[in-house]
Write a protein that binds this ligand. Structure first.
Ligand SMILES: Nc1ncnc2c1ncn2[C@@H]1O[C@H](COP(=O)(O)OP(=O)(O)OP(=O)(O)O)[C@@H](O)[C@H]1O
Ligand SMILES: [Mg+2]
Ligand SMILES: [Zn+2]
Length: 283
């Protein structure tokens, strides 16, 4: 970790709540259902409940939890892809909007943030990449969205980014549809960092890949994160993945953060029974 301690957080979110359904008198007071994330009275799912997140420059924050615990919902909210039902969100860009709640930003401002400030890598590459466009074309498209116009320079930069993620030169003009799963994730990463965003959000980036491929993708993320001193938020249901990269970790269950702290502390001395189970499953 190489966190700049005197800088304010790169991003800071408070009281994020993501609800699917209207809610009722029973679940709208307090933090939602008493058990699980679904209200027994009205059926509303409270996917994320009163979650706070803070991440600094140069820091990797891990988010772990079982399937359905709300990790993707939280990450989509932080990526400004999905509006929460409540919450406030500050992103530091050293600009005039630094003190504004980004959840209230205009569509245009959100588009800019998503193009230039927050890179997002999804679990399934086909949710992000255009599979029939070339790898180079996928990256150029992202640069166009951020206002780049010079074709030669975009092509050069796309080649450099694909080199960075170890896609061989003779495959740059091939379509991701013809790539392996690990290669597709690497193209997604190249695309996500094309406009030099200070923040990179990763959702189950190595889930479903062979262990050896998984290790290479995680190494790549670590190298890129260090070179660029990015703020990375890494979501995984697998504590082993988080252990490899994350300085700090949040443990989620039923939409809530039940434990947080330095990853080393959580691994050595988990406080909550659920976290203890997760750690034991690593042994
Ligand atoms: N559009 C939706 N409508 C209703 N419920 C939803 C919707 N999207 C998500 N949920 C519910 O929200 C909860 C959290 O889902 P989410 O995808 O965030 O979990 P996750 O931790 O990412 O799980 P996984 O590890 O399987 O990816 C789940 O109970 C899910 O069923
Ligand atoms: Mg998920
Ligand atoms: Zn309810």
């Amino acid at each position: 970790m190489n966190v700049a301690p005197d800088m304010p957080p790169r991003l800071e979110a408070h009281g994020i709540h993501v609800r699917h359904g209207p809610g009722c008198d029973r679940c709208l007071t307090g933090a939602g259902p008493e058990q699980g994330n679904r209200c027994a009275a009205c059926g509303t799912v409270h996917a994320v409940r009163q979650v706070d997140v803070q991440a600094f420059d140069g820091e990797v924050l891990g988010i772990v939890g079982e399937s359905g615990s709300g990790k993707s919902s939280l990450l989509r909210t932080l990526a400004l892809e999905q509006a929460p039902s409540a919450g406030m969100y500050l992103i530091r860009e050293d600009g005039p909007d630094d003190h504004q709640n980004r959840f209230d930003a205009s569509d245009q401002a959100i588009r800019r943030l998503r193009n230039e400030t927050i890179g997002l890598v999804r679990q399934h590459a086909h949710e992000t990449l255009r599979m029939r466009l070339s790898a180079t074309g996928n990256i150029a498209e992202t640069m166009l969205a951020a206002g780049h116009r010079h074709v030669g320079r975009m092509r050069e930069r796309a080649a450099g980014l694909l080199d960075d993620v170890s896609i061989a030169r003779d495959r740059h003009l091939d379509a991701p549809a013809t790539f392996s799963g690990g290669m597709q994730q690497r193209v997604q990463i190249a695309r996500a960092i094309a406009n030099n965003p200070p923040v990179l959000l990763l959702d189950e980036v190595t889930t479903g890949l062979d262990l050896s491929v998984q290790a290479r993708v995680l190494d790549l993320i670590q190298r890129i994160q260090r070179e660029r001193q990015m703020t990375v938020i890494l979501v995984s249901h697998d504590l082993a993945v988080v252990r490899m990269l994350a300085d700090r970790t949040l443990v989620m269950r039923h939409g809530q953060v039940i434990e947080h702290g330095l990853t080393d502390r959580i691994l050595e001395d988990p406080h909550m029974p659920y976290t203890q189970e997760l750690v034991q499953s690593l042994l």
